[in-house]
Design a protein around this ligand. Structure first.
Ligand SMILES: [Zn+2]
Length: 50
């Protein structure tokens, strides 16, 4: 039932299912996914690309 949660990445910014996710590191150094809608926001938050 929760399988889709693990198969589909969740966006670190908006918390929705990430469409075309990009890989970033969060400010605390964890690898996170950011959906294409939130890439601008992630850049402004100075998340690092990986
Ligand atoms: Zn997002």
């Amino acid at each position: 039932m929760l399988g889709w949660l693990f198969r589909s990445a969740k966006c670190h910014i908006c918390g929705q299912k990430a469409v075309e996710p990009r890989n970033y590191f969060s400010n605390d150094g964890k690898p996170v996914k950011v959906c294409f809608k939130c890439v601008d926001y992630a850049e402004r938050r100075a998340l690092r690309k990986r």
